[in-house]
Write a protein that binds this ligand. Structure first.
Ligand code: HEM
Length: 409
């Protein structure tokens, strides 16, 4: 875990430096910041037109910021470190980019779609989707874990949950993958059209679906949303469309990232892989360790609504405040040997956020989906091996492998 950056004077450490993220989160830098400067200013040099940010690296500080929405707003500056990635108007239209009371009103509505009963009702379907994708890989001696397995499963699961037709899965995957690449052209996976054009296309598609469900209701989430009322009011079309976009993005990238990272780690530690193959009942506990070790989203941002002293630093009104989950999840004051993966650890973690108003809506769906993905994959292919060098998405936000070539042993 050595890094040149770890040796620089602490004030010169810039977590906005994309080269630090070539191999995923810079854990050596985070470790140093947790010890020496847990609330740290980074200039974000090299990002044209972007102001710097405060980095929050310790778990207890991430917890405190997450719970104080009045001081640390999700609405005022958006939810990502870079201002010039996803347009702020679009972020503010999604409830992840709102503050109370507007946030709570809309989240409450969406929560009705995520009751334990509704999630459990999807179990069989998730298994059928996973099995179908695995069937398609039968007979191949090599395949690629992210695009051949993880992406088609998570894309269809969230698509069916929302009620989107299968032929739209590729469009929504593109929408999620490119929307979350953080705006840097170099980071954008290939695809057609700008992010803005993609957003417009996606919104138009949801409005079409919503109109259809008003006439022909089904039991999908889109139907639930078009018919739900709060204080006698229905959701506006743009509220449905932006909520849908949020779920498609969160649902596509997150579980895909955790599954791929977890599989990669298991392929590199065959004894832990073997333990799960021999005793699949350990998988739900292992999933918690994968979430801790490899949180799908490296950060979410808040913006200070007032001057405030935090961790001995003077944070000014309007400053960006970034909560780094790969760091808080390896905080040595909470986790022994934090960089060691132990599938039996069963840790508390902050991969889904650290509580407060914005705590992840999809935890139950994500856990169920991950459990089934690992169960079915390890049962079908217990002897997988790495067949080449994996590659990682180079991003301050999306913490995930891009490609993992595997051989069926
Ligand atoms: C491994 C899977 C997942 C991870 C690691 C994850 C992580 C997160 C994190 C870190 C947040 C922000 C918490 C905060 O700001 O305090 C969040 C929010 C959210 N997540 Fe997830 N998520 C996952 C899966 C999902 C899925 C499958 C869905 C839906 C289908 C989903 C929907 C949401 C929504 C709607 C929010 C915004 C909640 C709000 O603003 O009130 N997530 N998630």
């Amino acid at each position: 875990m050595s890094s040149g950056m770890a040796e620089k004077p602490i004030e010169d450490v810039d977590l906005g430096d994309v080269s630090l993220w070539e191999q995923g989160p810079p854990h050596a830098v985070f470790e140093r910041l947790r010890k020496e400067d847990p609330v740290h200013w980074s200039e974000m040099a090299g990002w044209e037109g972007e102001s710097g940010f405060w980095s929050i690296t310790k778990a207890e500080d991430v917890h405190a910021i997450s719970r104080d929405w009045e001081t640390f707003s999700s609405e005022r500056g958006g939810i990502l470190a870079a201002d010039h990635s996803v347009p702020i108007e679009f972020q503010n239209a999604m409830f992840i980019g709102m503050d109370p009371p507007r946030h709570d009103r809309i989240k409450n509505l969406f929560q009705r779609g995520f009751t334990p009963k509704r999630i459990a009702a999807h179990e069989d379907e998730i298994r059928v989707i996973t099995t179908r994708v695995l069937d398609g890989l039968e007979g191949r001696s090599e395949f690629e874990l992210v695009t051949d397995l993880a992406q088609p499963v998570v894309g269809r699961v969230i698509g069916s949950f929302l009620g989107a037709p299968e032929e739209d899965d590729a469009m929504w995957a593109d929408f999620a993958n490119r929307g979350l690449a953080l705006g840097d052209d170099e980071l954008q996976p290939e695809g057609e059209g700008t992010v803005l054009e993609l957003i417009q296309k996606g919104v138009a598609r949801v409005i079409e679906m919503a109109a259809d469900r008003r006439e022909n209701p089904t039991d999908d989430l889109t139907s639930l949303l078009v018919h739900a009322e709060v204080d006698g009011e229905r959701l506006e079309d743009y509220e449905i469309a932006s909520g849908f976009a949020l779920l498609v993005s969160a649902g596509n990238d997150s579980t895909k990232a955790t599954f791929s990272s977890g599989m990669l780690a298991l392929l590199r530690e065959p004894d832990q892989l073997q333990r799960l193959v021999e005793d699949p009942s350990m998988i739900p506990v292992a999933v918690e360790e994968f979430l801790r070790m490899f949180p799908a989203f490296a950060h979410f941002r808040r913006t200070a609504t007032r001057d405030v002293e935090f961790g001995g630093k003077k944070i000014r009104e309007g400053d960006k405040v970034i909560m780094w989950y790969p760091s808080s999840n390896r905080d040595e004051s909470l986790h022994k040997c934090p960089h060691t993966m132990d599938v039996e650890r069963n840790p508390d973690h902050q991969a889904f956020g650290a509580g407060g108003r914005h705590f992840c809506l999809g935890t139950a769906l994500a856990r169920l989906e991950l459990k089934i993905l690992f169960e079915e994959t390890l049962a079908r292919f217990p002897n997988l091996e790495l067949a080449g060098e994996p590659s990682i998405v180079r991003s301050l936000f999306a913490n995930q492998p891009r490609a993992i070539p595997v051989r069926v042993g």
